[in-house]
Design a protein around this ligand. Structure first.
Ligand code: SAH
Length: 231
């Protein structure tokens, strides 16, 4: 059994890398910034993070790097399961708490508005992604709808779209990874831990930094749980 874990940030992945003794291995090629960590146990884990942007020297968050990570890693490693882990904003009014871990049941976009026949629905995505309920029902997680967009903040029209889709969590990668996994017919899970509140954004960015460690630690616990259930 081969499992591919995709994260945007190194810090989100760090507890998993440490706990599973993953070792950094050769990158996809000389150009792509993604970094790859792996082990040789069963199940075999390959973990990919997005790496740093050459021009701006920050990590590559967002959908474009996430789609490339997913594409390259699926083609290179041919995994049996793809798990996107990461942090997310949560909607407090829908019951999200800081540090909660969610499994996304469906992944929408809120930044792809295309008001043309048929393209409207295409833009919004809406991919089903709780592909292994027999496993995820046994985890200590909540479940809810995810909305992905390339901004950390949320403008009024983003909020309106997320409300319409009944989103409980908001990230910057999930839907694009599900899209690629679906192309290759790979079972996919999106597991996100809440670092900040979308509906109480006053301290959004400070909250994110403050809660990143807690969220990453909680993600690691649930990844270990998935691995033990898959044995
Ligand atoms: N590393 C930067 C910030 C990263 S951007 C820093 O330390 O300041 C935020 C990352 O966390 C993205 O990968 C995104 O998927 C996730 N995320 C956390 N809270 C979010 C929110 N409220 N909205 C969208 N994405 C969020």
């Amino acid at each position: 059994m081969k499992i591919l874990i995709i994260a945007a940030l190194q810090q989100e992945a760090k507890p998993i890398i440490t706990e599973l003794d993953l070792i950094e291995t050769t990158p996809f090629d000389d150009v792509l910034p993604m970094r790859i960590f792996t082990n040789n146990s069963n199940p075999q884990i390959t973990l990919v993070i997005s790496g740093a942007d050459l021009q701006h020297h920050v990590e590559n968050v967002g959908t474009q790097a996430a789609a490339i990570s997913a594409l390259m890693a699926i083609k290179t490693f041919n995994p049996d399961l793809v798990i996107n882990i990461g942090t997310a904003g949560g909607f407090k009014e829908k019951g999200a708490e800081i540090g909660d871990v969610y499994i996304a049941t469906q992944a929408f976009y809120h930044h792809r508005r295309i008001p043309l026949p048929k393209y409207k629905a295409y833009g919004m995505g809406g991919y089903l992604c709780d592909t292994m309920p027999e496993i995820t029902d046994k985890l200590n997680v909540k479940k809810g709808i995810l909305s992905t967009g390339d901004s950390l903040d949320a403008q009024p029209c983003d909020l309106e779209i997320m409300k319409k889709h009944n989103a409980v969590i908001k990230d910057m990668e999930g839907a694009s990874i599900v899209w690629v996994a679906n192309l290759y017919k790979k079972p996919v899970l999106v597991m996100k831990s809440v670092t900040d509140f979308v509906d109480y954004p006053e301290e959004n960015f400070q909250d994110f930094i403050k809660n990143l460690n807690l969220a990453s630690h909680n993600l690691k616990d649930q990844v270990l749980q998935i691995l033990s259930l898959l044995k």
